[in-house]
Design a binder for this molecule. Structure first.
Ligand code: GDP
Ligand code: CA
Length: 316
């Protein structure tokens, strides 16, 4: 059974980790692939940084700083402090060990290697248990129109700590971008597509903005399920709730159903939101209430196993 996960950064990596734990069982009949988000990518100090892909890769390979949920464990800030001493703007935290990833990626890009291939090389070097697929090898970047001007995602998220009001979201370069054959193939092969509890507007939104991918998912024969990133109308972490409100949407599970209209067959919501189940079912979706907060590895595994079991029982 081919399972495809659409994933952003932290929320996406938790779901990916849950699936990886299941897939690592000896008699597992799931073949799992992950499509990640490249639209938060940005250049810092001459290096190409791909935060969401790195979060996935570090999480899956056990290199993640578990306290932060991003960056590498056992890392330092010697390089960044020295860059600051040289007069560089250092609001984007990049660790010493982490820098090696960005140096490697940048060097390979300069050699003309396809970003998908570079991602494969990094995943192999890190011993990543699941393949991470890029939506496109072209550059797609999230641009936010805010009350404080136009910002890149990292400028908004890290430098401005999500305080600006986001009026509009644009995926710069998306229109001219080509999807990777790997992403189209993964969607084509999928029996189950899971939308991780990632930011629907930016993380998943950017994947869906890649030409061809939204269409392929809409037409897919796979059973498609989304996990809500909201618990009690709030995000676990990050600005997705504020961003939805600024777009005139509410933060109920129904908003997730609307945002993914035509793309999903089922929606998994938190058990504390169980009151929404019948409203979701009235929309023609299958709905399941589960404990969706993932802190420990066993939380991640249990939720993803519940999602897989729910989908398999739907197929019958
Ligand atoms: P980012 O790229 O690091 O911002 O991460 P994502 O886009 O993948 O995920 C951000 C979303 O993940 C936020 O809206 C959070 O509410 C959601 N999230 C994070 N942890 C959890 C969790 O344990 N359970 C659920 N349901 N959502 C989570
Ligand atoms: Ca992100």
């Amino acid at each position: 059974i081919n399972v495809l996960l659409l994933a952003g950064g932290v929320g996406g990596a938790k779901a990916a980790q849950g699936l990886a734990l299941t897939a690592s069982e000896q008699d597992c009949h799931y073949n799992v692939r992950v499509i990640g988000n490249i639209a938060d990518d940005e250049e810092f100090h001459g290096l190409w940084v791909s935060p969401d892909i790195d979060t996935l890769m570090y999480t899956l390979s056990g290199e993640i700083n578990t306290q932060q949920g991003w960056g590498m464990k056992n890392d330092g800030n010697t390089v960044l402090s020295q860059l600051q001493a040289l007069g560089e703007d250092t609001w984007m935290f990049l660790g010493d060990r982490d820098f090696a990833t960005h140096i490697y990626r940048t060097q390979r890009r300069r050699q003309g290697i396809r970003p998908s291939q570079i991602c494969r090389e990094l995943c192999t070097a890190f011993g990543c248990p699941l393949p991470i697929i890029l939506p496109s090898d072209d550059c797609i970047q999230t641009r936010l129109s805010t009350d404080q001007g136009e910002l890149s995602f990292q400028q908004y998220f890290v430098r401005e700590r999500c305080t600006p009001v986001v009026n509009a979201i644009e995926f710069h370069g998306a229109q001219q971008a080509t999807p990777t054959p790997e992403a189209l193939q993964a969607i084509n092969d999928a029996d189950i597509i899971i939308f991780a509890p990632s930011n629907p507007l930016v993380s998943i939104g950017a994947i869906l903005a890649t030409p061809g991918l939204r269409d392929a998912i809409a037409k897919s024969r796979a059973v498609r399920l989304a996990i809500s990133p909201f618990i009690g109308g709030r995000t676990v972490k990050g600005p997705a709730d504020r961003m939805l409100l600024a777009q005139g949407l509410d933060t109920s599970p129904l908003s997730i159903a609307s945002l993914y209209d035509g793309l999903i067959d089922a929606l998994v919501i938190d058990e504390s939101d169980a009151g929404w189940l019948s409203a979701i079912e009235q929309r023609g979706l299958r709905a399941l209430a589960a404990q969706t907060l993932m802190i420990t590895d066993s939380d991640k595994r249990r939720l993803m196993d519940e999602c897989l079991a729910f989908v398999e029982q739907m197929e019958v």
